[in-house]
Design a binder for this molecule. Structure first.
Ligand SMILES: *[C@@H]1O[C@H](CO)[C@@H](O)[C@H](O)[C@H]1NC(C)=O
Ligand SMILES: *[C@@H]1O[C@H](CO)[C@@H](O)[C@H](O)[C@H]1NC(C)=O
Ligand SMILES: *[C@@H]1O[C@H](CO)[C@@H](O)[C@H](O)[C@H]1NC(C)=O
Ligand SMILES: *[C@@H]1O[C@H](CO)[C@@H](O)[C@H](O)[C@H]1NC(C)=O
Ligand SMILES: *[C@@H]1O[C@H](CO)[C@@H](O)[C@H](O)[C@H]1NC(C)=O
Ligand SMILES: *[C@@H]1O[C@H](CO)[C@@H](O)[C@H](O)[C@H]1NC(C)=O
Ligand SMILES: *[C@@H]1O[C@H](CO)[C@@H](O)[C@H](O)[C@H]1NC(C)=O
Length: 587
């Protein structure tokens, strides 16, 4: 009563101090970014009918929410009617079970009503009566089972309607009656199974439609006929199996299309022939094995294409977008190097994702020179040559591969890169592998965080904690190639053979091993001498520790992926010799 009496007086003053004075305990009152008076109550634990005691009548924004472990238990009550200035109401995480009749009556300035994360089961048209200016309505994460025809018919100005993650199984005819100005409709996470074209007759101005995870099995292209202005369409995580050549015929304004997480197996000729504006296309996580060479003709504006986690083998279709595509995701497709050759023709490409593609070696130049961002993580790579790397990289991800070191040339190429991911490799912290990285260790945390996995003495140590004079000469590799599983190389350099085959195979491999050992140790000894000279010249202090180069551990299986320049050393790892000379016919 006392407050009711002083309100008019203080309203006249209308000072900021007033807003601070009239603030419910456990809430904060402030001016928001747009300079509006806002009240935020987010501590939770509120129980019973909603009340706005101590909330000033000229409040423009009300936000009532709660932390996950202390949700409110509110019921709605007709408290808003004297708050004529309200522009936004957010009552979320409050377990509100239903909305009362005409409770928002008279809020002619209300723009945004957010009732997400409550327990509403059935909104009715009279709940929203009087909200003649409402532009955005959010009812996400409730328990709405059905929406009767005309539920939103008093919301003539509604532009955004979001009813995601409820329990709606059917869109009733005329559900969108009289919301003809609707631009954005979000229905994701409702088990709808199909979209009835009939209901979209009322919302032909739609620009954006989302129905992700709606259990849709097919598309009815009559819908698109009704929605010619659509620019964004998200139908990801459904069960769509096929796209017909001209399915999207009517969507000539489409800019972003998401069909990721469906069950498509191929993209046929002319699928996107009517989408000259298409910029971003997401087809990730399907079972696409084949894309017609003409699938993207006319997609002049396609700049981002995600085909990750499909079953692609052939990439010839990329030729038709070679001049425009800027970002391409092919991660999670098992791709052969020869299939990737087409990438070198993609002159506009800036970002390329080839994570988890089963790549073991990249020896021919497949990257266009303009590439800035390259993701090669989760492959089986053990070395990169500077000739194949694009010269302008700013971002490189080679985490989760089999790198033991990076050569000086490659490091020099990367000196302008600002984001290099290196973790989870087989970094050998010895003089043969890690020096170029160690020299730059202070450049970034990702270098300092590089964790040595060999030699044993420094295993687990971070590069940031290493000193150059701690480095030992060379270490035993674990086999980097994927077919190395046939061998187990013991730390002391003995080659133990684990053969998953017949004893015949064992014999053949053993002979190969001997030949390899012989050839290799000869070349290798020579190599050590040259290295010794070179290093002595450079004044390296490698002789300070006990490892004499001539008695390098595990010389038999030694590998130099990083030798600078001169001749290509024939790297005599056993598995390569095996590959070249022995079991070419299939194991
Ligand atoms: C309203 O403000 C008064 C005085 O500051 C306070 O005693 C009372 O607890 C407040 N009530 C609520 C619901 O915040
Ligand atoms: C609506 O409320 C939810 C839950 O608090 C919040 O995550 C969401 O961002 C809000 N939406 C808008 C448009 O403010
Ligand atoms: C939501 O409402 C239903 C009844 O409609 C009730 O059984 C359930 O307990 C409510 N959920 C919570 C979290 O209060
Ligand atoms: C795709 O369709 C166009 C016109 O319908 C045709 O000219 C072209 O040869 C077709 N391409 C393929 C690969 O079938
Ligand atoms: C799409 O491509 C056409 C032809 O190249 C071009 O004229 C048009 O401006 C582009 N539109 C957009 C939105 O980029
Ligand atoms: C590399 O980037 C610079 C500046 O971003 C640019 O001037 C140069 O043309 C680029 N080089 C290549 C080969 O794309
Ligand atoms: C990196 O920085 C540390 C501390 O500032 C310094 O002791 C170390 O010598 C630097 N390492 C290199 C390779 O510059």
């Amino acid at each position: 009563m006392y407050y009711a009496a002083v309100i008019p007086l203080l309203l006249c003053l209308a000072t900021q101090a007033w807003a601070r004075y009239m603030c419910p305990t456990k809430c904060t009152c402030y001016l928001d970014q747009k300079g509006r008076r806002a009240v935020l109550c987010k501590e939770g634990g509120l129980v019973g009918p909603l009340n706005l005691n101590n909330v000033s009548l000229d409040t423009e924004v009300i936000k009532i929410t709660a932390p996950d472990d202390n949700m409110n238990e509110l019921t709605m009550s007709p408290v808003f009617q004297s708050y004529k200035k309200l522009e936004e109401i957010h009552i979320t995480k409050s377990n509100v079970p239903q909305l009362g009749m005409h409770f928002f009556w008279g809020l002619t300035k209300l723009d945004v009503l957010n009732l997400s994360q409550n327990n509403i089961t059935q909104p009715l048209d009279h709940n929203f009566r009087g909200l003649s200016k409402l532009k955005e309505l959010y009812l996400d994460d409730n328990r709405i089972i059905s929406l009767p025809s005309g539920t939103f018919r008093f919301l003539h100005e509604l532009k955004v309607l979001s009813i995601q993650r409820n329990r709606i199984e059917e869109l009733t005819p005329r559900i969108f009656l009289e919301v003809a100005k609707l631009r954005v409709l979000k229905l994701s996470g409702n088990h709808l199974r199909e979209l009835n074209p009939e209901v979209f007759k009322d919302v032909q101005e739609l620009r954006s439609l989302e129905c992700r995870g709606c259990a849709l099995t097919k598309l009815n292209n009559e819908i698109y006929h009704l929605l010619p202005h659509l620019t964004h369409l998200d139908l990801g995580d459904n069960e769509i199996k096929t796209l017909q050549p001209e399915d999207f015929r009517d969507l000539t304004n489409l800019k972003h299309l998401k069909l990721d997480g469906n069950q498509l197996t191929s993209i046929v000729n002319s699928t996107f022939i009517h989408q000259p504006m298409l910029k971003k296309l997401n087809l990730a996580r399907n079972h696409i094995a084949k894309v017609s060479p003409d699938a993207f003709t006319n997609a002049y504006n396609l700049t981002e294409l995600d085909l990750g986690h499909n079953e692609l083998k052939n990439l010839e279709f990329l030729r038709s977008v070679a001049d425009t595509l800027e970002i391409l995701v092919l991660s999670g497709n098992h791709l052969k190097l020869h299939a990737l050759r087409v990438l070198s023709e993609m002159t506009a490409l800036k970002g390329l994702h080839l994570s988890g593609c089963g790549l073991a070696d990249i020896h021919s130049p497949i990257f266009s020179s303009r590439l800035n961002m390259l993701d090669l993580s989760n492959n089986h790579l053990s070395s990169l040559q500077s000739e194949v790397l694009p010269s302008n990289l700013t971002e490189l991800d080679i985490s989760s591969n089999r790198f033991r070191g990076i050569s000086e040339e490659v490091m020099r190429l990367l000196d302008n890169a600002n984001n290099i991911k290196l973790e989870n490799n087989m970094w050998s912290c010895d003089l043969c592998h890690i020096v170029p990285l160690l020299d730059r260790v202070n450049r970034s945390t990702s270098f300092r965080e590089v964790t040595c996995s060999a030699p044993f003495a420094v295993k687990g140590k971070k590069l940031g904690a290493m000193k150059k004079n701690e480095l030992s000469w060379c270490t035993v590799p674990s086999y980097p190639m994927s077919d190395a599983d046939y061998f187990l190389v013991a730390r002391d350099g003995k080659v133990g053979l684990m053969i998953a085959g017949t004893s015949v195979v064992l014999l053949v491999l053993a002979i190969c091993g001997v030949i390899a050992a012989l050839c290799y140790s000869r070349r290798h000894a020579a190599k050590y001498y040259t290295h010794e000279d070179q290093l002595a010249k450079e004044g390296e202090s490698i002789f300070e520790n006990n490892h004499s180069p001539l008695f390098c551990d595990g010389e038999l299986s030694f590998k130099f992926p990083l030798d600078h320049g001169d001749k290509k050393i024939s790297i005599a790892t056993i598995d390569e010799i095996k590959k070249e000379h022995c079991i070419t016919n299939g194991t």
